[in-house]
Design a protein around this ligand. Structure first.
Ligand SMILES: [Zn+2]
Ligand SMILES: [Zn+2]
Length: 152
């Protein structure tokens, strides 16, 4: 890839008070089915895009509110509308996790993996053929639970 011309995304909250530029290809795009991600999004799961921290420009003037979920993880949201716009983890100091639903601009690669599938919402069926990981860690290889409609 031509590093002088990275894809450009914007990370925009629901009310548009927060609009951040992210100039890089995400290093990963994953679906996380853990309970935190479900509550955070209000949806069945969160699709996360990981960006190099240096690729996301903040001016310091954005109306951001931070919430320290744990000693390691801090989530940032719009102070006006409450949309989650990115998460920082001190254990992963070079990246920021961005909820993919907040992204627009360049085309995002589809998610390549599912994590925490044993914690997924009971109404969710994962049938896209991508690798699945579960167990207590959320990262143990897990057999896909998708029933093949042709098997009945
Ligand atoms: Zn907002
Ligand atoms: Zn999660």
């Amino acid at each position: 890839m031509d590093s002088s011309n990275p894809p450009t995304f914007s990370i925009r909250c629901y009310c548009s008070a927060v609009s951040l530029k992210a100039e890089a290809a995400p290093s990963s795009v994953v679906d996380c089915h853990c309970g935190q991600c479900r509550r955070l999004s209000g949806a069945a799961f969160t699709t996360w895009a990981s960006f190099p921290r240096t690729a996301i420009a903040t001016t310091g003037d954005e109306p951001l509110r931070s919430f320290a979920v744990t000693a390691n993880v801090t989530r940032y949201s719009c102070r006006v509308c409450g949309s989650h716009v990115f998460t920082a983890d001190v254990r992963l100091p070079t990246i920021l996790g961005v909820p993919a639903g907040a992204l627009e601009g360049a085309a995002l690669s589809p998610p390549s993996v599912h994590y925490f599938v044993d914690h997924k919402a009971p109404w969710q069926t994962i049938c896209d053929g991508q690798p699945q990981f579960g167990g207590e860690s959320g990262m143990t290889p897990s057999a896909a639970s998708c029933a093949d409609p042709g098997d009945t």
